[in-house]
Design a protein around this ligand. Structure first.
Ligand SMILES: Cc1cc2nc3c(=O)[nH]c(=O)nc-3n(C[C@H](O)[C@H](O)[C@H](O)COP(=O)(O)O)c2cc1C
Length: 402
């Protein structure tokens, strides 16, 4: 056996210099989130940036969190079927949502208490959405009023309150402030059991208990921002005093029926979306009652645990609705490839919740922008690798569930 002869030498600085990259520490949020290669990375940054109870409020789901795990797992069942040797040099990701162009088939979902995740809250999310050219949905449980928020294509999410007069006032205010579409959430006759929140003793606004005081030492910047900006409150509820449970009981109405949707259809003349559809039969019922779009959703697994998995339910809903209304889906979307999969299985667009909230917690508006940039880059790459140029070409030929 011969010994391989290796001659060693000391490298010259002129050879090393082009290889050396000295990175400044990422003090600025923009720099920090700019290095995230995926939304999963933004999630890890977020976990370090905010108190545990806040992170868990976003990251968690109801009961044993089976619905959420299944929603994510369903994207693992997707099989993409590429075609090759097609010119894919100039992809066009744009689409039309309820009659208005969007830069990609993505909508930012309504999420409550957004200013708890970052003190810029809804303002940061709406600004990032407007710059990215996608709609943003303000929640009824938002921490700014509809009037306070500027932005591009703004939609407003409503829970059917017990007090229909108050619901009507809110809808009228949303209309007057330029919100284009109304999204009624129907999977919430009562609130789900979010066990992480119970265990963390999460209260809204966060209480200054001994335990939370200890958290202040670990997340001084978050607490400083919380305590030096306007108090956290459910800005759209006329009276915010009282315990959270009482508030939620006033906002969710277990007696709501399809007649209430018909009432809302008469009240709101613009595009009407019903969110929280979990069967083809209900999709048909709400479209018959006048919905212009439905969202196949189980509230990100935060309501009924072990509910149907949205991505799996989607093809049947799309077939049943058959072009009479737009069909959106949400739950577990964390990449642009997930968006491509959902569109291929029949969705006009995906709503994303946690994907942008991880960005928000990680770095405010810059973090939301990073999340949207990542979704867009993934979607563009996935389309090219599939041999397609625009999301409208996605379908059963290119996407199937194994
Ligand atoms: C922190 C948080 C708050 C939410 N608040 C609301 C809400 O106020 N109204 C609503 O209709 N849906 C709400 N949702 C559900 C989202 O609109 C959306 O259906 C869900 O987040 C989609 O799943 P994903 O987070 O995996 O993308 C919330 C979700 C999260 C994570």
């Amino acid at each position: 056996m011969g010994t391989r002869h290796v001659r060693r030498r000391v490298p010259r600085w002129s050879e090393l210099r082009p290889l050396v990259r000295v990175e400044a520490p990422a003090w600025r949020a923009g720099a920090r989130v700019g290095r995230a290669a995926s939304i999963a990375d933004l999630r890890l940054i977020a976990r370090r940036r905010v108190p545990r109870a806040v992170f868990d409020y976003v990251d968690g789901a109801a009961e044993s969190e089976v619905s959420l795990a299944r929603a994510r797992a369903a994207f693992g069942r997707v099989e993409f079927r590429p075609r090759v040797l097609r010119d894919v040099a100039d992809p066009d990701l744009t689409t039309t949502l309820l009659g208005r162009p969007a830069s990609m088939p993505v909508v930012l979902a309504p999420t409550g208490f957004t200013r708890m995740m970052h003190h810029d809250g809804e303002h940061a999310v709406a600004a990032a959405a407007a710059a990215a050219g996608v709609p943003y949905t303000l929640s009824t449980m938002g921490t700014v009023t509809p009037e306070e928020l500027d932005g591009g294509d703004r939609w407003f999410q409503l829970y059917l309150w017990r007090d229909r007069g108050a619901a009507k006032d809110l809808v009228t205010r949303a209309k007057a402030s330029g919100y284009r579409a109304l999204m009624l959430t129907v999977d919430t006759p009562v609130s789900g059991a979010r066990l992480r929140d119970v265990r963390n003793g999460l209260t809204i606004p966060p209480n200054l208990t001994l335990r939370t005081m200890a958290g202040i030492a670990r997340h001084p910047r978050w607490w400083f921002n919380l305590l030096t900006t306007p108090p956290l409150r459910f800005a759209s509820l006329s009276s915010t005093d009282g315990a959270l449970a009482d508030l939620v009981d006033r906002v969710f109405d277990p007696r709501a029926t399809i007649a209430d949707l018909e009432w809302l259809r008469d009240t709101w003349k613009g595009p009407l979306i019903v969110k929280g559809i979990q069967s083809a039969a209900d999709a048909v019922r709400v479209v018959d009652a006048g919905a212009d779009a439905v969202v196949v959703s189980n509230h990100g697994g935060r309501q009924l645990d072990r509910a149907p998995t949205p991505l799996e339910e989607l093809p049947a809903v799309a077939a049943a609705v058959g072009g009479r209304a737009e069909v959106y889906v949400d739950g577990g979307v964390l990449t642009g490839a997930d968006v491509a999969a959902a569109v291929g299985l029949g969705a006009r667009a995906c709503l994303v919740g946690r994907a942008y909230l991880y960005g928000l917690m990680a770095g405010g508006e810059a973090g939301v922008t990073r999340a949207l940039d990542l979704l867009r880059a993934d979607l563009r790459r996935t389309l090219a690798l599939l041999g397609l140029r625009d999301p409208g070409q996605l379908g059963p030929d290119s996407v199937r569930l194994r």
